[in-house]
Design a protein around this ligand. Structure first.
Ligand code: FES
Ligand code: FES
Length: 170
């Protein structure tokens, strides 16, 4: 089995690990870097629970090899809000999910939030249709889609009031 050294900038800090060449990015994050906020649902690219940002693009981290992320900038749910900041200083999208009951069991939530993050970074004022399309690759088993739509829409309004993209940036 061949091994490879992988160096990734995760949530602003460089981390490295030696992994099997077949290791997936989601396993690198969860098992080597202990960032278990990125969830595993299907491992087939269907559910979106493993969604993270890689070089400013949302990716399903079960479809990316850890070796492909070498040198990349990765953002996981743990990196959205400052560490130990409490609920008062959560990212605006996280706050909107709490305020609009955009989660039930929370399993899909990290992936949903990072898909919403990508949408709002590109399109600060999306239509409902655009929000629906942006989370089409994220499945919620609790079927709380209506409140998820409301939460993303509220996050958009809130960040527009707070000067758009700057409010979204970590
Ligand atoms: S675990 Fe990656 S898409 Fe489901
Ligand atoms: S909140 Fe339970 S899977 Fe979405």
């Amino acid at each position: 089995m061949s091994r490879v050294m992988v160096r990734v900038r995760v949530n602003g800090a460089w981390k490295e690990a030696e992994v099997d060449t077949r290791t997936l990015l989601v396993d690198l994050l969860r098992e080597e870097f202990m960032l278990t906020g990125t969830h595993i649902g299907c491992l087939t690219g269907n559910c979106g629970a493993c969604t993270v940002m890689m070089d400013d693009l949302s990716v399903k981290s079960c479809t990316v090899l850890a070796a492909q992320a070498n040198g990349a900038d990765v953002l996981t749910i743990e990196g959205l809000a400052p560490k130990d900041s409490g609920t008062s200083n959560l990212h605006p999208i996280q706050q909107a999910f709490i305020q609009h009951h955009g989660l039930q069991c929370g399993f899909c939530t990290p992936g949903m939030i990072l898909s919403a993050y990508q949408l709002l970074m590109r399109n600060p004022k999306p239509t409902e249709e655009e929000i629906r399309v942006s989370i089409a690759g994220n499945l919620c088993r609790c079927t709380g889609y209506q409140n998820i739509l409301k939460a993303i829409s509220a996050a958009s309004e809130r960040t527009l009031q707070q000067s758009g993209k700057r409010a979204l940036r970590r």
